[in-house]
Design a binder for this molecule. Structure first.
Ligand code: DX5
Ligand code: ZN
Length: 220
């Protein structure tokens, strides 16, 4: 059953050949486009913003999964909906009123995601899990592609899966950072539903084949 999803992270694409890389993802077996928005405040890096997302949306033919690594994300919820985002993920650590933020995302017709930094315990989602469509577990410290996977993520996936089951929630689990063919199978085995992969896909000599291999691994 092909139920586990692969989401190439456009942060690792070649921005001088962005259309080519988007078409590659369109043609591949990938399921989602993962789009990292960084503001230089919440994370120590700036990626790209609205004009680039607008250009991506014009060509992307698959679900657009936007990961906001920004402070005060409420200010931009409507803007990201208008730019074509299908899933909008905010950081738990950046939201003073998470419940209100989740409602605002859904009111714009998007799926609502919450990302947790590696230091943030799963139990902070105890009271909101039934309102969350996707939890993005950061398996690196957010801000940069190409970092090494943090092994404690496996424990966090198990704890999150237990919470989702106990609360009878329909929440998907996404893993973001350092995903490769070495950890993909173990991640889905402990409960992950969506794997983000940036440098592993775009740094490979044949990204289409790399995506195909990842897809086969996670659905084997
Ligand atoms: C990190 C970003 C990730 C990143 C993943 O802050 O949220 O989505 O692009 O890149 P890799 O797969 O290279 O770790
Ligand atoms: Zn991301």
């Amino acid at each position: 059953m092909n139920s586990k999803l692969i989401a190439p992270s456009i942060l690792a694409a070649d921005f001088a050949n962005l259309q080519r890389d988007i078409e590659m993802v369109n043609k591949s077996e990938a399921d989602w486009f993962h789009i990292d928005i960084m503001d230089g405040v919440f994370v120590p890096n700036i990626s790209f913003g609205m004009p680039v997302l607008k250009a991506i949306s014009k060509h992307a033919k698959k679900t657009i999964d936007v990961h906001l690594m920004i402070v005060d994300p409420d200010r931009y919820i409507k803007t990201f909906a208008d730019l074509g985002s299908n899933v909008l993920t905010v950081h738990y650590e950046a939201c003073t009123h998470l419940h209100r933020t989740l409602q605002a995302i859904k009111a714009e017709g998007m799926q609502a995601g919450v990302a947790l930094n590696p230091h943030t315990n799963i139990n902070v989602l105890e009271d909101t899990i039934n309102d969350i469509d996707l939890v993005c577990l950061m398996s690196v410290n957010p801000g940069f592609g190409g970092q090494s996977f943090i092994e404690n993520t496996f424990n966090k996936v198990k704890q999150l899966k237990e919470l989702i089951t106990r609360k009878n929630a329909a929440t998907k689990i996404e893993i973001d950072g350092g995903v490769t063919n070495k950890n993909a199978k173990q991640l889905v085995d402990v409960g992950a539903d969506v794997l983000v992969a940036g440098s592993y896909v775009f740094g490979s000599s044949n990204p289409i084949e790399t995506i195909k291999d990842l897809k086969a691994i996670v659905n084997s």
